[in-house]
Design a protein around this ligand. Sequence first.
Ligand code: ZN
Length: 309
Amino acid sequence: MAEEIQSVFKEAGVDIDIGEIEERLKLLIEKFHVPEQEAKRSVVNYFLKEHKIPRTQLMSAETQTLEHIKDIDAPGRWVNVKGKVVQLWDNKSEAVSQVGLIGDSSGVVRFVKWTSAGLPDVRLDGVYLFKNVVTDVWQGQYSIKLNKNSEIIPLDEDIEVASQQNTMVGAIVAVQQGSGLIKRCPECKRALIKNTCNEHGKVEGVYDLRIKAVLDDGVRTQDVLFNRELTEITTGITLEDAKEMAKREFDMEVVKGEIAKRVLGRYFKVRGNVVGQYLLVDEVEPLPPIEGEEIEDVRARAMQLMEAR
Ligand SMILES: [Zn+2]
């Protein structure tokens, strides 16, 4: 880290003794237990002041080039990204002004714009140069953060965005209506309501199994859809089990209840394409509960959120 700081200042034309950088980092990290990235920022700020270098000069020295989104593979780096806003999510955190996905020809990455950054809003499908943004990582998922040293420059061009495969890690906080055992129209595959297809009327339905759930990553929520195969893998309930269950209880709704019992409050890493409101899950990996957080806490929160919806 000391070498990195030294080289950044060198590019800006200032030679700093590496021992002095190390000493300051050590003091902050080891003695005062300041998180590493914060310590790094603090030390950089110290030397900026010391040598009367405007911050912008250093930023440009550090990040003159454009970063391809797929190359974002380490946290705490200052990068420039040219990208198109392909998704904006509602968010419930006051500290966050906008959260969504930015894509370029190489990939798609999550972005977070802090309210404290005081930056203008981006619009869906807009193409921008995001200057001096910081990379971050949480549970293997990279993101970029827009802070008060960042810039958003609107560009008058369009860019082809790579496939919108999206990975998300979070807890299932709600299992929605329409989950569990359903019947589909044999013609158009639409889910039936009271044995009736919206287009084809009363039909002999074909059974299917699915989960429509809400995944919460702590900042935002995303509706996710598990198909039959992934529902079976995730819950251990097969389509045949579900049919048996419904037959025994004379009620298809019991399956939804049983699924909720098994997935509500549990953490998953999911991957899939975002189509409209839903992330259509292609891959799912169950995760252990977050350390220090009791499953009951997650469940209590899940219940509150369910009631609020
Ligand atoms: Zn139909």
